[in-house]
Design a protein around this ligand. Structure first.
Ligand code: SF4
Length: 364
């Protein structure tokens, strides 16, 4: 069967390998574009959040390209993400597409359902083959996360604008070609080496910004206007609160979530509200305690979990002495506006840092 899935950051590299290892013909998902978004907007209910619309648009593009089966996963609980698989399926069937959607819920929430769907993807492969393929995909995901983290450190110190982005993209091509455990390890070393070759000024002390918010808009650069590249090119080192590997550990393989963020959030938002709302609250405190200069919250417009978190942010920002900038994102959000507001936020953080240093000098 011709299988595909939505594009989310660098993860398609790992998922393509996993599905090919299981013998499926994979249609590699295109990077989302304006066309993707307009297809999503055309078929989605107006009130749906931006991840829903971009993923829907991607599905339309994949079905037009011949995909027969789409694989996806979603949350469970108060956030509407748990309904998205079913909503996507019904909308696309109404439009006239004939396809199968395999939508995974976290295995601990619906074990029998998870097992049944896993069997479909496993096909005639042995369990041993499946486990081997999953372990290899996991190594690939870890490698992709490590590469991204390093790229954010290097970009904030690069001497020539976009050198890091070029090196990072070159590294991704090595990883996409890797198929065995040893090839992934070799590709990892070669990709990291590309980043190390970028000329940079290691004496710089860049501003450090934590990125929080909903998972899809954190992970997919098209959905967040390439915010990490933009900030990196303004000399800011970024660190996301969510990577696919930590999300899998905290929210898919365990029912507990990110215990550190939840504990930190406890006094301000004591219950799960779906999505990443509670994490956003805890992560602001975590970034403040780790000495970050600011936090950017990425919030899809109409995303209730992030709206609730946002309502507590002015209090947290004051109490933990950290500026927090919220981007509400929908299909009307424009690149130029994002860049201008980011530049203003970076200026504010520079002034704040200079003021703090002055105060320390005066006190000393
Ligand atoms: S967390 Fe927010 S953006 Fe994500 S699916 Fe739920 S409501 Fe939509």
């Amino acid at each position: 069967m011709k299988v595909s899935f939505a594009h989310m950051g660098t993860s398609p590299i790992a998922f393509e390998m996993l599905l090919q290892d299981l013998g499926h013909e994979v249609i590699y998902p295109p990077k989302p574009s304006e066309r993707t978004l307009s297809l999503g907007v055309q078929y989605a209910p107006e009130f749906a959040c931006i991840p829903f619309k971009i993923v829907l648009g991607t599905y339309v593009e994949l079905l037009m390209a011949g995909a027969e089966t789409l694989v996806s996963a979603g949350g469970y609980g108060p956030c509407r993400a748990g309904f998205y698989g079913e909503m996507h399926r019904r909308i696309l069937q109404d439009v006239g597409y004939d396809f199968e959607l395999i939508f995974f819920f976290p295995p601990l929430k619906k074990p029998a359902d998870f097992y049944r769907k896993l069997l479909k993807l496993k096909g005639k492969n042995s369990w041993r083959t499946l486990i081997y393929a999953v372990r290899k995909a996991w190594l690939m995901l870890q490698t992709l996360d490590d590469l991204e983290i390093r790229s954010h450190q290097v970009r904030a110190r690069e001497l020539k604008r976009r050198d890091t982005t070029a090196a990072f993209r070159k590294g991704l091509t090595y990883l996409r070609e890797a198929r065995s455990f040893s090839e992934i390890k070799e590709a990892r070393a070669a990709a990291l080496e590309e980043l190390e070759k970028v000329e940079r000024d290691d004496t710089r002390e860049p501003l450090k910004v934590g990125i929080i918010g909903e998972i899809y808009v954190q992970l997919e650069p098209f959905a967040n206007f390439h915010i990490e590249e933009l900030l990196g090119e303004l000399g800011v080192e970024t660190r996301r609160s969510i990577f696919l590997t930590n999300f899998t550990r905290h929210d898919i393989l365990s029912a507990a979530g990110d215990k550190t963020a939840i504990k930190l959030a406890q006094s301000y938002l004591g219950q799960k509200i779906g999505g990443h709302g509670q994490n956003s609250v805890g992560d602001i405190i975590r970034f403040s305690q780790s000495g970050y200069d600011g936090v950017v919250q990425l919030a899809p417009f109409t995303c209730i979990p992030e709206i609730v978190a946002k309502s507590i942010i002015p209090y947290l920002s004051k109490k933990f002495d950290i500026p927090v900038f919220t981007f509400f994102i929908d299909e009307q959000t424009g690149q130029a506006g994002v860049e201008t507001r980011l530049e203003a936020f970076v200026d504010l953080m520079h002034q704040r840092r200079a003021r703090k240093r002055e105060m320390i000098q005066q006190a000393g």
